[in-house]
Ligand binder design. Structure first.
Ligand SMILES: [Zn+2]
Length: 474
């Protein structure tokens, strides 16, 4: 092991440790800094150093389009992206990027030391080797999904596209619910030549698969862009939530060759396994379906994999996924079966059992229908919060103008407890929580959640009202 120095385009120098067998991906060889806090990655392709397009694109990614240097929320984006921090000019073209945090490597078990790519968790034959503590829950899957959708939303808001979102380029930590988007240097930057990236099997949009045999410059050829990212995003979310792939089913598309069958299955003939009217690709042993994920997600999966599968402009945007996942988070309840693989499910008025392990609900589920004042005196329900032992009440529940995005204040305002036979909302920081009878409930006091009770979470501007409803087990 020898420590070398690399010179960046801006004149800075950074140290890296040379090893005989550095980790490498399709594009780059990766070396760690002496303290392992950052990596220096060199492109395999020596001609890259003279590729003016690539250099211009990297410059733009590091400067103009870099969310991680935003003075207000840059720190937040640093947790979602492994964004390059420098371009290496010598000894050859490369990038400097932060090292992945330790929680994205397996700490124990047969895969100790390996990066946590989502296929470890979502492929049944790999998942069964994972220590139970590493597998995560439906709740952490939703949390990972929220963060990924938010990260993609941020890229798309800036006009960027990732171009190669896949299980290899998003590391996930199902223990903490975190994820990080990596390999940022192949971003599609507005107004610049796109990188020559095809994508990863299973995540490439059908229109790209369908036209990949055409020459690169052929106008009929589809290239990775924000809409193909949206296909990959929906595939990843489907995998996180249901632990299987949305297009891999029993249908045989061609008996000519495996290659032809594969090309059709992922391209021109791609068919959602849960297509509502065409069951020809539906496996007969589906455990949990999109309907079990609640109406918001079910609707978006149908738009992605039925309407939008072959019509890229109809795919739901990343912000729609982010919103739907946030809403779904509020509907999750723990499963009563300690051995349940997913440890929880999405509650609803008609849900009587866990769809993953079939354990029945035994007690009524308290919920708060959250209402906003659409016009003076006219209240409409626009969200639901399901109450269980670890539910918290936050600003985005109490006020209709607070969005739980990167700028949100994540201070808990209240919590719920089962106290002397009934559920209560305990006020922590709501300054004008009002009981159903109209009296103020100061911090430290509680409101009992009786069926049908309605009360104000705040009397302030944009304050919401809550109405209590119980989902019954039978
Ligand atoms: Zn269960």
């Amino acid at each position: 092991m020898t420590t070398h120095s690399a010179t960046l385009r801006d004149g800075r120098t950074v140290a890296f440790v040379e090893v005989d067998d550095p980790p490498q991906g399709g594009m780059k060889k990766v070396y760690f800094s002496p303290d392992k806090s950052y990596v220096v990655a060199f492109f395999h392709d020596a001609a890259a150093a003279t590729d003016a397009n690539r250099l211009a694109r990297l410059e733009a990614v590091l400067t103009k389009f870099n969310p991680t240097t935003d003075p207000e929320v840059g720190k937040y984006w640093q947790t979602l992206f492994c964004w390059p921090s420098g371009i290496v000019a010598k000894p050859t073209l490369g990038v400097v990027a932060p090292a992945y945090p330790a929680n994205f490597f397996f700490a124990t078990g047969p895969f100790k030391g390996k990066e946590k790519k989502s296929n470890w968790f979502t492929t049944p034959k790999l998942r069964k080797y994972l220590p139970e503590a590493e597998r995560g829950t439906l709740q952490t899957s939703v949390q990972i999904g929220i963060r990924l959708a938010r990260a993609v939303r941020r890229l798309h808001q800036a006009g960027l596209a990732h171009s190669d979102l896949s299980c290899n380029n998003v590391l996930i930590d199902p223990i903490t619910g975190q994820c990080v988007v990596i390999d940022i240097d192949s971003l599609v930057v507005p107004g610049m030549f796109a990188p020559d990236v095809l994508g990863t099997r299973g995540y490439i949009a059908p229109e790209v698969v369908k036209t990949q045999h055409l020459p690169l410059a052929d106008p009929k050829r589809s290239h990775p862009n924000a809409r193909t990212d949206l296909h990959a995003l929906a595939v990843l979310l489907y995998e996180y939530l249901l632990l299987r792939r949305p297009l891999d089913g029993p249908k045989i598309h061609s008996s000519v060759s495996t290659e032809e069958d594969e090309k059709l299955a992922m391209g021109a003939g791609a068919l959602f396994t849960e297509h509502p009217t065409d069951g020809s690709n539906r496996p007969d042993d589906l455990v949990g379906t999109i309907a079990d994920l609640g109406p918001a997600l079910s609707d978006l999966f149908l738009r992605s994999f039925v309407k939008g599968l072959h019509a890229p402009n109809d795919r739901p945007g990343a912000i729609e996924w982010e919103r739907a996942l946030v809403r779904t988070w509020d509907l999750l309840v723990p499963c009563g079966n300690p051995k349940c693989d997913r440890k929880g499910f999405v509650a609803g008025p008609a849900v009587k059992a866990c769809p993953f392990c079939k354990t029945k609900l035994t007690a009524p589920v308290p919920t708060l229908k959250l209402r906003k004042e659409a016009r003076p005196g006219q209240w409409v329900t626009d969200a639901t919060l399901v109450v269980h032992g670890t539910t918290g009440l936050f600003g985005w529940h109490a006020f209709d103008n607070v969005y739980p995005g990167e700028k949100a204040d994540r201070t808990r305002l209240g919590y719920f407890a089962f106290h002397q036979g009934s559920w209560v909302l305990v006020n922590e920081k709501l300054d004008s929580l009002t009981s159903p009878g109209g009296s103020r409930v100061p911090a430290g006091s509680a409101v009992e959640l009786k069926p049908g009770a309605a009360f104000r979470l705040s009397q302030g501007p944009n304050g919401r009202m809550a109405e209590v409803e119980f989902y019954t087990p039978q």
